[in-house]
Design a protein around this ligand. Structure first.
Ligand code: ATP
Length: 241
């Protein structure tokens, strides 16, 4: 069976700067994967390239067997490949409920939008309590929840999360980690970028270490490595936190 997502030998960057260099990875149909590695080595650039916000200068990306390398972001979202970016700024003057409604813009997401909104508000009670509050007045953690909520409103078949717990207090981090775990258990495959390898090992089946714009190591949870052993590999390869 073909992979749900396959990224084959892509290169991408910004103008004259090449960030991704011949990067290859895949996500199976019933799995979630984690991406980790040093800052500035291309994890966010990879998610932006998969979601069509950046165009790869070489290589191919297939989602559910279809070549999406040249597709527009809206087409990719409508296919069910949805990206929840880091520190999403949102429409500040819109309330939470309005923002979630607007997020279900993709034709395939419109039909079940009402029911999905209820699911998002059940997953994130903080958003339910504040449904009339303006997005710009939300705390960092609440914004992160709204960003993930908006991605869920698109009815994802594969959801990409960029550092969902970055900068959160331990309590909020736990709340978010629990919600992300519930999303995975509900059957939505995930690609999660995180520095917290322990969190990734608990959540995903495989990890890719990204260094210098390429995959430097693949770790399968079945390899039985614990957090300490993964970190040893990381630092042993010259990685920096
Ligand atoms: N819009 C841009 N224009 C030019 N360079 C950029 C742009 N966005 C990112 N970069 C550069 O591309 C490189 C990779 O950045 P990217 O955000 O993909 O890394 P990352 O691995 O996600 O980092 P972090 O873990 O800190 O989020 C960095 O050197 C960054 O400065």
């Amino acid at each position: 069976m073909t992979a749900l997502l396959s990224v084959e030998g892509i290169s991408a960057g910004y103008g004259a700067i090449t960030v991704l260099r011949d990067l290859t990875l895949h996500v199976g149909r019933n799995e979630s994967i984690g991406l980790f590695g040093p800052n500035g080595h291309g994890k966010t650039t990879l998610l932006r390239t998969i979601s069509g916000l950046l165009r790869a200068s070489a290589g191919r990306i297939h989602f559910d067997g279809a070549d999406i390398s040249r597709q527009r972001p809206a087409t990719i979202v409508n296919a069910g490949l949805v990206h929840s970016p880091q520190a999403n700024t949102m429409f500040g003057d819109m309330a939470i409920a309005e923002t979630l409604e607007l997020a279900a813009f993709a034709p395939r997401a419109r039909a079940g939008a009402k029911q999905r909104m209820e699911q998002v508000l059940t997953l994130f009670p903080r958003l339910a309590e504040r449904r009339k509050q303006l997005a710009r007045t939300l705390s960092g953690g609440e914004r992160q929840m709204l960003s993930i909520g908006c991605a869920l409103m698109c009815d994802p078949r594969l959801l990409m999360l960029d550092e969902p717990t970055l900068g959160l207090s331990p309590r909020l981090k736990e709340e978010l980690a629990e919600a992300v775990g519930a999303i995975a258990r509900s059957g939505v495959p995930l690609i999660v970028v995180e520095q917290d390898v322990e969190f990734l090992l608990a959540l995903t089946q495989r990890l890719y270490m990204i260094e210098h714009g390429a995959v430097s190591r693949e770790i399968d949870r079945n390899d039985g490595l614990d957090h300490g052993q993964v970190m040893q590999l990381y630092f042993g390869q010259g990685g920096e936190a």
